[in-house]
Design a protein around this ligand. Structure first.
Ligand code: BTN
Length: 250
């Protein structure tokens, strides 16, 4: 007995082909879906990534979106991306040695220092009050993408027989539910601490690309709200709330 009660996982709907599981989640939310639901696409024809980029879902990879409703205010609801990153880390840890797994701010799970997964959170006003959240997660199980902007990897690089998308979705959904519960009960500080324990590059110099500006500094820590604390060369502190960060080329 561990003393931890089992979690109830929302239903997982597996779709043979879909444009994007996030797009499908949005359609369902706007049509009035209320109950939490996982959507898994075995093939995505128009998968989307952060900052308007495309996301390729090679055959055998995981493309999944959790759709649910929250009463949290938007800025707080956005912290769900750290919950998602921790759930991906747990999924990876089921199949590869834990020391290979790290999390790059804001929400890039890495395997052996290379991108193995992407997280895209979308939201809107729910017709039932509060917000709907679509937490889209892509994980390279069997193949790394052909056209990745940056070097990428897949679980199959480390494991001859990676899990199927369906098996991975079940593991991910359960891990996600546990971290959601941690967030609800212990607050974001507990999520931030767990994320920090897996963080990639804290204490190291990095370049942050923020829309129209690029800043350089040392990534110090995760702030209480999920912002990255960047110490600039003049000693001042810059809080990064959105953008991409790069450490030594990664
Ligand atoms: C990133 O750019 O790193 C985020 C990629 C997010 C991809 C996932 S795959 C499942 C879900 N459906 C989408 O169209 N995108 C997300």
């Amino acid at each position: 007995m561990t003393g931890v009660s089992p979690v109830t996982v929302p239903p997982i709907v597996v779709l043979d082909e879909i444009d994007s599981t996030n797009a499908e989640a949005r359609r369902r939310a706007e049509a009035g879906a209320v109950e939490p639901l996982w959507l898994v696409g075995l093939r995505q024809t128009a998968g989307r990534g952060r900052r308007g980029r495309a996301w390729e879902t090679g055959e055998g990879n995981l493309a999944a979106t959790l759709l649910f409703r929250t009463e949290r205010p938007p800025a707080e609801a956005a912290q769900v991306s750290f919950v998602a990153a921790l759930a991906v880390a747990d999924l990876l840890a089921r199949y590869v040695p834990s020391h290979l797994i790290s999390l790059k701010w804001p929400n890039d799970p890495l395997l052996g220092g290379l991108k193995v997964s992407g997280i895209l959170v979308e939201s809107g006003a729910s017709p039932f009050g509060g917000l709907w959240l679509a937490v889209g997660i892509g994980v390279n199980l069997k193949r790394k993408p052909i056209d990745a902007e940056r070097p990428a990897t897949a679980i199959a690089t480390y494991l001859e027989a990676p899990p199927s998308p369906q098996e991975a979705a079940e593991v991910l959904a359960e891990a996600f539910e546990r971290w959601l519960r941690t967030w609800d009960i212990l607050g974001f500080r507990a999520i931030a601490d767990a994320w920090t324990a897996r963080a990639h590059g804290l204490g190291e110099p990095c370049v942050a690309r923020l829309g129209h500006e690029t800043v350089e500094g040392v990534a110090e820590a995760l702030d209480a709200d999920g912002a990255l604390r960047l110490r600039l060369a003049d000693g001042s502190l810059r809080r990064i709330t959105a953008g991409d960060v790069f450490f030594g080329g990664a």
